[in-house]
Design a protein around this ligand. Sequence first.
Ligand code: NAG
Ligand code: NAG
Ligand code: NAG
Ligand code: NAG
Length: 463
Amino acid sequence: MKQLIICHRKRIVGLLVMAAIISMKFLSMTPSKTAVEGAAMGKSHEKEKVLQTEKKRQEIGPLVKNEPYMNRWHRRFSSSAARGNLGGYVFFKHIRKAGGTSLRKYISNVFEHHGLSHNISDFEQMVPNQANIDISYVEQEFEPLDWQCSAVDPRWQESLNIIVLRHPIERHMSEFFFSGVTLPTKKKVFGSNRRVIQKDQLFFNKTYTTTLARFLNEEVPYWMERSKMEGIGKYKKGAMFSRWYQDNFQLRALAGCSSGRCLEKRLSEKGLSEQGNVTEILLKSIHDLHPLNHSYVTPNAMCTQFFRKNNLVFDVCSGKKRDVQCSGGCDGPCAYPTTAEGPLDKNDVRRAIKSLKAFDAILLMEKLKDQDESAFLNDVMGVPRDASFALNSMRGMNARVVKSNRREVTHYYRDLLAKLNLQSLLLRLEEENKLEIEFFNRAVDLHNQQMQVWKEETGWGRG
Ligand SMILES: *[C@@H]1O[C@H](CO)[C@@H](O)[C@H](O)[C@H]1NC(C)=O
Ligand SMILES: *[C@@H]1O[C@H](CO)[C@@H](O)[C@H](O)[C@H]1NC(C)=O
Ligand SMILES: *[C@@H]1O[C@H](CO)[C@@H](O)[C@H](O)[C@H]1NC(C)=O
Ligand SMILES: *[C@@H]1O[C@H](CO)[C@@H](O)[C@H](O)[C@H]1NC(C)=O
C-alpha cells in the first residue's frame, strides 16, 4: 500500500500551470456606502481575551500586509490607471471541495457589481494582446502554488488574493463522496439511490447502516491507494490535484518549490531523480519560467479572459477553449511551474504558512455562511455587506449532504466514521495527513487573527 503511493508520486506534475483567468474592463469604482471606515478602535475588550490574542499573534507572527481590510479592492486597483490600465488580478487559490464553486459564483457577482462583465460571445471577438485589459480573474485549482510566489512574482503585488481552506479530513472525505464513488458502484451497493449517504436511513435502518460502514471500510482505503493512478477527469495528465486522493493536499497546494534549497531537496528525492529526462524537462521549465528569469509584465489578453456563463465564470484556459494558443498556459500571478511532490516535513508547513500569510483573505469553508466572515469578504471586495449575493445568503452551498447544525458543518465526516465504528480508518487518514492537519490548525489561528484585526478596524460587533 505504501509502496503504491510512493511509486505513484513519481509522476512529475506541475508542468502545466492551469490557472484560469478572467479579465474584464474596470468600469466603475463607486466605493461601498456601508463602509464603516475609521470606526473607533474600541478598548472595551476583556483583558483576558486581548492577552490571549496577543499571545497567538506572537506565536504565529504577523500577517504580511499592514493595510486596512476595508475596500482593499479599490485600494489595489485604483492604481491601475497610472499604469496605463494594464493590470490587476483577482487571484483565487481554489482548493477543491472547499467552497470553490460558491466562491467562483460570488466573485462573478462582485465583478458584475463593479460593472465588469464579459459575456461568452465576447470571447469570439477577442483581439489578442488587447491593451486595455484592466482587472483579470485568475483561478488556480489543479497545480500547487510556489510558496515564494508573493515575494518573486511582481503580479502578486497587483493582485487581490483569496483562499478558502477546510478541515483536511472533511475535505478528503468530501472528495471521496464527490469523485471516489462511481454511479455503478453506488447502484450496485445501495440500489437505485444516487446518494450514498441517506440521512433518513443512516442509524435508523440497520441494514443500510452496516452496508455503508462496510462499503467505506473497503472503498476509502482503495481510493487512497489507487485513485490517483487510475485518475479520471480531464486533468489526468500533468495536474497534481484533481478527482483523486492526494495526501496532505492543502499543504502541498501552498508549498510548491521552484528555487533554492526547497527545489534541490525535491529534485534530489529518489522518486523525482529516477525520472531522468522528465526531471530535466521539468527543471528547465521551472528555471526558464521562474519570475526572476521571465518577464510577465504584459498579460496576453487571450490567456487572461474569463467570461460570464450561466451565472458562473467561464474559464478559457482549462475549459472548452483549450485550443486557444497560450504558450505559457494561463497568464496570471503564480502561473508558472513548481513542484510539490515527494515526502514532506515541518519545513513545508512553515513554507505553506508563509505563503498563506500573503493572502488578503484567508477564509474557512466551515464559516463561509457566518455573518462576520461574509461581511469581512464583502468589505475586502468593496461591496455592501448586505449585497444580495453575499455568502451568508447564498443557497445550495454544501448541498451534497445537507448539514443541519454547527457540529455537522465542521465535523460531519469525522463524526460519521467514528459513529460507524471506523476509528481505524479515521486514524489512518489522520496519520497520513498529519502535516496537513498541523498546517490547517495554524491556518485557523491565522484566520482568527485576520478576523480580529478586521473587527478592530471596523468596529464589528460593537453596536
Ligand atoms: C452577449 O453579448 C452579445 C453581443 O455583445 C449580445 O448580443 C448578447 O445579448 C449578450 N448575451 C447576454 C446573455 O448578455
Ligand atoms: C433499509 O436499507 C436497505 C439497504 O439500503 C434497503 O434495501 C431497505 O429498503 C431499507 N429499509 C427501509 C424500511 O427503508
Ligand atoms: C532522454 O531522451 C532521449 C531522447 O528522447 C533519449 O535518447 C535518452 O536516452 C534519454 N535519456 C535518459 C537518461 O532517459
Ligand atoms: C534562471 O535561469 C538560469 C539558467 O537556466 C538558472 O541557472 C537559474 O537557476 C534560473 N533562476 C531561477 C530563479 O530559476
